[in-house]
Design a protein around this ligand. Structure first.
Ligand code: PEP
Length: 244
């Protein structure tokens, strides 16, 4: 379990310069006992003021370092634009853009090489949970990166996001989430036990101001990855303030 919780906002393809201003302003009064990360669309990164109250992250990067890849953004470019983190392997990328475990691993290597902290998103679909395959799916997603690159764990953040809980209003219960987080930490210990004890494992999936406290009370939940509720500055602030 990590000492300081991390609350990350995934704006997805939402937001505006007005939201950048509202959220930056709101976060000037955030308590220093929590780390806050905002992952807006890449075009908004440069519109955030430099702040000691929050970090910025991208939502995706290319698996290539540079070159003739029209429309893509490299880790280095995003770093230069102000990002210090990047979400990788989000279920929407896996589902809509056919991102495989191998591709996610290549992107994670690029992120770390450039100096970005990767937030590796993993999680099972509803069908996989109903077939009682949650642990198998998660173990495979983790092994795809850390079995071959255990040295990357110490530089990573993990986000457990059950696909059935994302954007559905149906969060995992604190007990369900805790059980899976404990499993994730145990799996990671197979690759690097010291890093596994410290790595931050965030929960994501319909986190809001009403359910966050019970989630944050769980031993292996080190913060949250927040989608929908992160677009509402007041509610996002409440979630951040609940994470002490
Ligand atoms: C997400 O997409 O990472 C997410 C957790 O979304 P939501 O909070 O809206 O479920």
């Amino acid at each position: 379990m990590s000492a300081k919780k991390l609350i990350a906002a995934n704006w997805k393809m939402n937001g505006s310069r007005a939201l950048v201003e509202a959220v930056s302003q709101q976060l000037t009064s955030i308590n220093a006992t929590v780390d806050v990360l905002i992952c807006p669309p890449a075009t908004l990164l440069a519109h955030f003021p430099v702040s000691e109250h929050f970090s910025l992250g991208a939502q995706n990067i290319s698996e290539h370092q540079q070159g003739a890849y029209t429309g893509e953004l490299s880790a280095g470019l995003l770093l230069e634009a102000g990002a210090s983190f990047v979400l990788l392997g989000h279920s929407e990328r896996r589902q809509y853009y056919a991102e495989t475990d191998a591709l996610v691993c290549a992107k994670l290597q690029q992120a770390v090489a450039a100096g970005l902290t990767p937030v590796l998103c993993i999680g099972e679909t509803l069908a996989e949970r109903q077939q009682e395959n949650t642990q198998q799916v998660i173990a495979k997603q983790l092994a795809a990166v850390y079995a071959s690159h255990p040295e990357l764990l110490v530089k990573s953040v993990i986000a457990y996001e059950p696909v059935w809980a994302i954007g559905t209003g149906e969060s995992a219960t604190p007990e369900q989430a805790q059980a899976t987080h404990a499993f994730i930490r145990a799996q990671l210990a197979l690759y690097d036990s010291a890093a596994a004890a410290k790595v931050r494992i965030l929960y994501g999936g319909s986190v809001n101001a009403a359910n966050c406290q019970a989630l944050f009370a769980q031993a292996d939940i080190d913060g949250a990855l927040v989608g929908g509720a992160s677009l509402k500055p007041d509610e996002f602030m409440q979630i951040c303030q609940s994470a002490k």
